[in-house]
Write a protein that binds this ligand. Structure first.
Ligand code: CDP
Ligand code: MG
Length: 734
């Protein structure tokens, strides 16, 4: 704001505040801002942008009436103070000491492995250093991948705040179905899956000057595939820098993979952590965890608590139990501030976990694995670790993937414990025995690529023109059985031909950021002339599992409302369509949602997802058309994607998967749970006490042979034959 001409000169200026004075005031503030900022006012630093905000204030002062100047000046001071405080915090992070060395190393080497304790500032600081050092000049961007959506969002928000810019401007994030970036964006946090998708449009990632594969130790499926792809890119793009950043000290493996790339260590700052085990195994770790929290709260000195749980349901249970317990003990206990954090937590609540607890109160964070390394919450002194997490597992024989609760590895347990010793000595309460720890836990978590259905990944790689998957440069190759199964699955979906090459259908499917089965249903909707409906249902399925809610005191009402969407009883997919259309008809009304016990948050998300899917339809040249209530057409389109998930009812009301003969059940939350049609197709299996089918729709068996003749023969759906086969194979399948 060097040009005083920018100052408003119109007649609205304050009467007792001359233009000259206003300008001087601005100059004073400007110099103060420069003085207070990090780096002494180098161009490109965050101060400029704070200054912009200040200028906006001053401008509005000039235009507004008397007496408000003081108030506004105060607001500016607060902003400046906050900014300064943040800059001081930045300088206190371990990585700051090494800033110059780090930049030098990056300058010198094209690929660098960066290792440092969680919370040392890798994720939030390094992209800023690179930005300040000019890596974002000439319109190039810095990419920083995160395995988790919430981490990408929250880290981007933090960095935007540190730089004094609006989230989505210079600093943004990109996650599936949500792009919070703009033309201005130079630091882009994104999920590893999103960067993988970007290869489709830009195979050399030309718009990036630096790619940071962060949280590499997590070894997610997408990160592992990225390793192979970025390794290739650095060979033909000498101008690009690649940083692999990891929290574990076992970085040799990364270095080996990336042709002996040097390892840059950020010395950790970890205080002593006392580890306490239970004497005997805990029968119910939820109860044990709640008990431990309360006891800790009563007896231990100040310091926040972090409890690791496996998912949203557990977190909600603990939250409720704790609240109840606190109500009972209210007068006897200091306040306990409960902060949940998990992937589907609404964005507006996510920031809460970083806020310090009020004076005298103690914060307890209930988190999934996300707090193990992805997010650092300051002030944690006590960690409670039940020793479990949700883990994907894959059975290549049945082709089924499921999310199961499983014991964590020793490496994970140590990471978790370390979260308590960041700012001072900490304590970690393990809700399992020392014997368990030593003898039952694996040393390391098996990389996700070795326990996943690979159909999605194989489709993406094929779409990138990578045909020879057996020789793809994997850090740890998947089992060849899994690769084969994925190829088979894609062939059955018509995405690959007999030679394993991508078909037109496959190319179209790869455009959708969805599971291949769901992408196939969308592509098939062209043939069945119901793309509008199928896209709506796909959006509803992708928006989250919580479409309906069921308040304890209004269960009957809620159930009646839900049942009303099941006109004709053909299945949950059509019910989802009915929900969406009714909501749309209400003018997307939140009031309508409340009246029908529908989660308005899920609906809004479904609408966003739907818009994006519709845009992709256009891209793959599928004309939007409506089947005008032809429920058979809609169900056939889904069957074209999900024919493998066909199941047949047994006498006892259980079902058997048509091909694998696995025993499965209709999930109690399904509208089909009372109907139990003889043949069904389902969206997914969830395993709790049994294998449950979630989102179930009625099917005519002859459709299977009609739609997937290469997969089903008449003998599969024939009464007599099926029984015989079930007898022979069914036992083994159980
Ligand atoms: O990546 P690394 O684990 O090395 O550290 P980081 O995520 O960059 O965190 C550095 C600091 O930023 C920590 O002290 C965090 O508490 C803080 N931070 C924050 O306050 N809010 C966020 N959303 C993310 C980080
Ligand atoms: Mg990090």
């Amino acid at each position: 704001y060097d040009d005083p001409d920018d100052a408003p000169r119109d007649g609205k200026k304050r009467s007792n505040f001359s233009e000259q004075e206003a300008w001087e005031e601005q100059q004073i503030r400007k110099s103060r801002l420069q003085f207070g900022s990090n780096g002494g006012g180098r161009a490109g630093d965050g101060y400029e942008l704070v200054f912009d905000t200040a200028v906006d204030f001053v401008k509005s002062v000039v235009q507004t009436g008397d007496g408000e100047m003081d108030e506004l000046a105060e607001a500016i001071d607060t902003k400046v103070a906050l900014h300064r405080e943040l800059q001081d915090e930045r300088k206190n992070l371990p990585v700051y000491q090494l800033k110059d060395d780090l930049l030098k190393a990056i300058e010198e080497y094209q690929v660098l492995i960066i290792v440092g304790e969680t919370g040392s500032g890798k994720t939030t600081q390094i992209p800023q250093y690179l930005h300040e050092a000019g890596y974002t000049a000439k319109g190039k961007k810095i990419a920083c991948t995160q395995p988790r959506r919430v981490a990408a969002m929250s880290v981007a928000a933090r960095v935007a705040q540190e730089m004094g810019v609006k989230l989505g401007h210079e600093v943004g994030y990109s996650i599936r179905f949500e792009d919070c970036t703009s033309e201005k964006t130079v630091i882009k946090y994104m999920t590893d899956g999103m960067l993988l998708r970007e290869f489709l449009g830009e195979p050399d990632l030309a718009s990036y000057s630096v790619v940071i594969v962060d949280e590499a130790h997590e070894r997610t499926l997408s990160t592992d595939i990225l390793f192979g792809l970025v390794k290739d890119i650095v060979r033909f793009r000498p101008d690009v820098k690649l940083l692999i950043s990891s929290a574990t000290l076992n970085a040799e493996k990364f270095s080996d993979f990336f042709d002996e790339a040097p390892i840059f260590k950020i010395p950790g700052r970890r205080y002593k952590v006392d580890i306490l085990y239970t004497k005997a195994p805990e029968a119910n770790y939820i109860k044990a965890a709640v008990g431990t929290i309360l006891q800790l709260h009563l007896t231990e000195p100040a310091g926040d608590i972090l409890l690791f749980l496996t998912g949203q349901e557990e977190i909600e249970t603990v939250e409720e139990t704790l609240k109840e317990a606190m109500r009972g003990l209210a007068s006897k206990m200091p306040e306990l501030v409960i902060c949940p954090i998990y992937a589907n937590l609404p964005t507006e609540l996510q920031a809460k976990i970083f806020e310090p607890a009020p004076e005298g109160a103690r914060k307890v964070v209930l988190a999934t694995n996300i707090a193990e390394t992805s997010l650092t919450i300051d002030g944690i002194k006590y960690v409670i670790d039940p020793g479990f997490c949700k883990m994907k597992s894959y059975n290549p024989r049945t082709g089924m993937e499921s999310l199961l609760r499983a014991p964590i590895s020793k490496a994970s347990a140590d990471q978790r414990a370390g979260r308590s010793g960041r700012t001072g000595p900490g304590k970690c309460y393990r809700l399992f025995t020392e014997f368990n720890f030593r003898n039952d836990l694996d040393d390391d978590t098996v990389p996700e690529i070795q326990r996943s259905n690979l159909a999605n990944v194989v489709l993406r790689l094929k779409a990138l023109g990578i045909n020879d998957l057996v020789n793809f440069d994997f850090m740890d190759p998947p089992a060849s059985e899994s690769l084969l199964k994925a190829l088979e699955e894609l062939f059955a979906l018509g995405a690959l031909n007999r030679r394993g090459e991508l078909t037109k259908t496959g190319r179209r499917m790869a455009e959708f950021p969805l599971d291949p089965m769901l992408s196939k249903a969308i592509v098939a909707s062209e043939k069945y002339r119901c793309s509008e409906e199928v896209v709506t249902i796909a959006a509803m399925l992708s928006a989250g599992n919580a479409v309906f809610y069921r308040p304890k005191d209004k269960q009957v009402h809620a159930d009646t409302a839900k049942q009303a969407f099941h006109v004709g009883d053909v299945g949950d997919h059509v019910a989802l369509l009915n929900v969406y259309n009714a909501w749309k008809e209400s003018g997307y009304s939140p009031q309508w949602c409340r009246e029908n016990f529908v989660q308005s948050r899920t609906m809004k998300r479904a609408r966003d997802v739907r818009d994006q899917l519709e845009a992709l339809l256009e891209r793959v040249e599928i004309e939007p058309c409506s089947g005008a209530g032809d429920l058979t057409a809609i169900r056939k389109a889904f069957t074209a994607g999900y024919f493998r998930n066909a199941a047949r009812r047994q006498k006892d009301g259980s079902y058997r998967a048509v091909k694998s003969h696995q025993m499965v059940f209709v999930h109690p939350s399904s509208g089909m749970a009372q109907v139990l049609p003889p043949w069904v197709v389902y969206h997914e299996l969830v395993e709790t006490t049994k294998e449950y089918m979630r989102q179930v729709t009625e099917l005519k068996p002859e459709w299977l042979v009609e739609i997937a003749p290469h997969y089903y023969q008449h003998k599969d759906i024939d009464e007599h034959e099926t029984k015989k086969m079930a007898k022979g194979k069914g036992r083994a399948a159980m």
